[in-house]
Ligand binder design. Structure first.
Ligand code: GLN
Length: 272
């Protein structure tokens, strides 16, 4: 297999960033440094690992699962197919959390997946402690591993829980609740890119209008937050005002923040 042939195969499979994806796979599975690619585009590489990775990618499996790891906020996260792939959009949530958490805060991350939000926030704010929840045990085991490799396992605790359960967060108290909950309206899911369809549906499906987790968590937050506490959500395109409204109905003030693409991506609800 040559790099040029691989790019052609990935293009044929309908992959937009075929050049970049091929470069990442050749680097990871054949040790071919990116800077050497211009001179090695037609070099025959024999590697079973590379062939199998290319097959998986042409079947539209996300690059993140094929590599088994991904970078988020400058840290490495191991992934399995029960974790949503960490996305750059979500870095905004961590950035806002780092800015807003009070000294020595105890926060939680609801639907932690690979642990991206909880682990990176705890990593960059060494004064904090956290509890990270997910319904999926396999995701929690990846998240817990990620807390070890990123040096926060003594400050982040992992708990299996259903965020929609009646007794969720009962008896718990936090200075902040962070979450990138499932927010895709159920009927939109079948129309998503093939890669997204290979991610856990449970991490995407936000019910009929995409907002069920925001309603459930915000209601719980009224009693689970310490005075002066806040809820910080990632939201989908077009959802920021609805989520702000859910916050206001529950007695919070709402602030909306755009991501780098100018899309309203984060909603911060402060307890009045
Ligand atoms: N950002 C993901 C997407 O648009 C959705 C993640 C989520 O539901 N929280 O595909």
């Amino acid at each position: 297999m040559t790099y040029n042939k691989a790019v052609a195969l990935l293009c044929e499979a309908g992959i937009e960033n075929a050049e970049t994806d091929a470069a990442i796979l050749f680097e990871h599975f054949a040790g071919m440094a990116k800077h050497s690619l211009p001179f090695r585009r037609n070099e025959e590489i024999e590697s079973r690992e590379l062939m199998s990775a290319l097959e998986r990618r042409t079947a539209r499996e996300p690059l993140q699962y094929i590599l088994g790891e991904w970078e988020f906020f400058g840290l490495r996260f191991n992934l399995n197919s029960d974790c949503l792939c960490p996305r750059p959009d979500t870095e905004l949530i961590v950035e806002l959390a780092l800015k807003n958490l009070p000294p020595r805060a105890h926060f939680c991350d609801i639907g932690t997946g690979s642990g991206a939000i909880a682990v990176s926030t705890a990593h960059y704010r060494k004064d904090t402690t956290a509890e990270a929840f997910d319904i999926n045990e396999n995701a929690l085991s990846a998240a817990s591993h990620n807390s070890v490799i990123n040096g926060v396992s003594d400050r982040v605790m992992f708990t299996q829980a259903d965020a929609l359960a009646e007794d969720f967060l009962d008896g718990k108290r936090f200075d902040a609740i962070l979450s990138n909950p499932p927010y895709i309206p159920a009927k939109v899911i079948p129309t998503l890119a093939p890669e997204v369809l290979l991610e856990p549906h449970r991490a995407l499906d936000g019910g009929d209008d995409g907002l069920i987790f925001y309603r459930a968590i915000t209601k719980k937050a009224t009693s689970a937050l310490n005075p002066g506490g806040f809820v910080l959500y990632e939201v989908g395109i077009g959802q920021a005002h609805d989520v702000a409204h859910i916050g206001e109905e529950n007695g919070f003030t709402a602030e909306i923040y755009p991501d780098l693409a100018g899309i309203d991506r984060a909603v911060l609800l402060r307890k009045i």
